[in-house]
Design a protein around this ligand. Structure first.
Ligand code: DGI
Ligand code: FE
Ligand code: FE
Ligand code: FE
Length: 187
């Protein structure tokens, strides 16, 4: 599928505001890719599709996870996590994406995981810092993102994990693993 057709189809899956977020993730991911030596085209592709399933009804998301035996354990955690697994499946099956690393960047764009590839890190961080985001601590993460990819991500995970704790929510184990792994990486 060509880029323009893909963009038109993804746009039709979501409200205008969420499409603007996606455009922010696309440009931010390309900038980070250039800075940290990853392919901007692959970063952009993952960004275009990362939230493709975000506005699907949750029962439709759960059905894709169950029917295709994706990360079944995610169903026991916050529904906000589900669209990432579903998005990777949709990217592969409805949009013909075959690049396994692009699919993983979509699959782990919310939770993160231990041992993320550079492409996964870039998409995960771009999602957090794109220009439309406005939450406590985001400017500090934006500044760090220009200096050190992993340190910026640790600061961002601290923010997300703190937010989940403040709301009394459970934390998906891959998120804890992601942060532990990044701290080990920077040694
Ligand atoms: O889809 P977006 O809004 O662009 O961003 P996202 O896919 O990163 O989703 C972030 C939301 O997911 C955020 O409000 C926190 C929520 N969430 C719920 N449980 C977890 C979680 N995020 C992480 N990283 N880990 C969790 O266990
Ligand atoms: Fe998302
Ligand atoms: Fe995120
Ligand atoms: Fe997003």
């Amino acid at each position: 599928m060509d880029r323009e057709t893909m963009i038109e189809r993804v746009k039709a899956e979501m409200p205008e505001r969420r499409w603007r977020h996606t455009e922010g993730v696309m440009s931010t991911a390309m900038q980070l890719a250039e800075r940290y030596g990853e392919d901007p085209a692959r970063a952009e592709l993952a960004a275009i599709l990362h939230d493709v399933a975000k506005f699907w009804p949750v029962d439709r998301q759960a059905k894709v996870i169950r029917d295709n035996r994706l990360q079944l354990d995610v169903l026991e955690y916050d529904k906000e996590l589900w669209h990432a697994s579903v998005g990777a499946w949709v990217a592969e099956h409805d949009y013909g994406v075959s690049d396994a690393e692009v699919l993983d960047a979509i699959r782990y764009h919310t939770s993160g995981r231990r041992g993320m590839t550079k492409l996964e890190k870039i998409v995960w961080l771009a999602d957090y810092i794109e220009p439309g985001r406005d939450f406590p601590g985001v400017d500090a993460v934006r500044a760090l993102s220009q200096e050190h990819l992993e340190k910026a991500m640790i600061a961002a995970f601290d923010g997300t994990i703190g937010f989940l704790i403040a709301k009394g929510k459970r934390i998906y184990p891959l998120t804890i693993e992601a942060r532990n792994g990044l701290i080990e990486e920077i040694g």
